[in-house]
Write a protein that binds this ligand. Structure first.
Ligand code: F6P
Length: 402
């Protein structure tokens, strides 16, 4: 089990509840003494939450944290809908059976939100718009009242930025990296990505059939925000002829040329995998809409449609576009993601036991480790231009439109 919570003695407060009250310096002397006594022991009561966009494997992490925690005697509180649950004081106890049989389920049993950063929470401004308010004190109060000594926060960069801003006020976190985009700074991999790659590659394979039957150019838009990992990995896995990623601005004439030259050589169809953040050389990113309530308000979209129109106009070849969309975020996690999520969750539990707070679990060169959460906030990990998959894709003739 690796860790046991004290039920009596200095680590167990008389009222049976640990209270987390911000920095030791602000505490009444008795509470500070009690916390100092607890400092040697694993936390007795923890929270767990999932923040940002959902992805396959969230439930596997929840299970990997909650089961050993309950077995070690910790109380676990599930925070509903990410930071919203902390802001609105919506939490409930989680027992062993609540996390039984959820390993293979997509989504999150706790709910999530990508619109609720406590340091800049959107509230109505009274005239039909929104204004951002700092509600971190409210969050602190709710966490304190629930007796949470630490919170396991499962999320991407936005969620970790939110955690970093609460750490400043004295809340304790242990972070677990998730996102289909694989763009979290300081970890080589995030869970959810492999499942999304599998879904996207399957879709590209299917589109291949139609493209070759109808001799068409098919442009498929994939998620990934400002990083091209998803388009690169799914595109390469399914043998896309052209892959467009944010890291490599593309020349639309070069993309059109590739389609024409393929057709001249008897390959009468072309598959283009376009990351939603891909940018034409000298042009702008394609924005679908702006979500004012979100801390990260830009929602990308539209590149595939534009590329298809421009290729058809330039070449006369029939072109179609499609947007794969949120299907990439759903479904049962692949076995790879289940294993990764379970290992991440277990490492988070070990960090909790050792009271190694405010750290994010990471995987580097196949090894689990952790880094301070504040180090990863507001950073994006993009595809380096010498990435081995990128180089291998180029070597087999894939065009990146450059
Ligand atoms: O970060 C995950 C992600 O799916 C991105 O790939 C995408 O750009 C974004 O979230 C979509 O956000 P929403 O669910 O708010 O439309």
């Amino acid at each position: 089990m690796g860790c046991r919570v004290p039920v009596s003695g200095p680590g167990a407060p008389a009222d049976g509840r640990h209270r987390r009250l911000g920095r030791l310096g602000y505490l009444p002397r008795a509470a500070a003494r009690r916390m100092a006594a607890m400092a040697d022991h694993p936390p007795r009561r923890i929270g767990i939450m999932t923040g940002g966009g959902d992805c396959p494997g969230l439930n596997a992490v929840i299970r990997a944290v909650v089961k050993p925690a309950v077995r070690a005697g910790m109380e676990v509180i599930g925070i509903e809908d990410g930071y919203l649950g902390l802001i609105e004081d919506r939490m409930h106890p989680l027992g062993y059976m609540d996390v039984s049989n959820i390993l293979t389920r997509g989504g999150t049993i706790l709910g999530s939100s990508n619109k609720a950063n406590p340091a800049a929470y959107a509230v109505p401004d009274g005239s039909g718009g929104w204004v951002k308010k700092d509600v971190r004190r409210q969050v602190l109060e709710h966490a304190e009242r629930a007796g949470l000594e630490a919170i396991v926060v499962i999320g991407g960069d936005g969620t970790m930025s939110g955690a970093a801003q609460l750490i400043e006020l004295g809340l304790n976190f242990v972070g677990v990296p998730k996102t289909i985009d694989n763009d979290l700074w300081s970890t080589d991999v995030t869970f959810g990505h492999d499942t999304a790659v599998t879904t996207a590659a399957e879709a590209l394979d299917k589109v291949h059939d139609t493209a070759s039957s109808h001799h068409r150019v098919m442009v498929v838009e994939l998620m990934g925000r400002y990083a091209g990992w998803l388009a690169l990995h799914a595109g390469t896995a399914s043998g896309a002829d052209v892959i467009l990623i944010p890291e490599i601005p593309f020349d639309i004439d070069k993309v059109a040329e590739t389609c024409v030259s393929r057709s001249r050589f008897g390959r009468k169809f072309t598959i283009i995998a376009a990351g939603e953040g891909a940018v034409p050389r000298g042009g702008e990113r394609f924005v679908d809409h702006v979500d004012e309530k979100s801390p990260d308000p830009i929602r990308l979209g539209g590149v595939a449609r534009w590329v298809a129109q421009e290729v058809e106009r330039r070449t006369g070849l029939e072109a179609r576009s499609m947007v794969l969309g949120h299907i990439q975020r759903g479904g049962t996690p692949t076995p790879y993601d289940r294993l990764l999520a379970t290992r991440f969750g277990h490492h988070a539990f070990e960090l909790l036991c050792a009271r190694q707070f405010n750290r994010l679990v990471v995987m580097r060169r196949g090894e689990l480790g952790s880094v301070p959460i504040v180090e990863v906030a507001d950073k994006v990990r993009q595809v380096p231009l010498d990435d081995p998959v990128l180089r291998a894709a180029r070597a087999v003739g894939t065009s990146f439109g450059d």
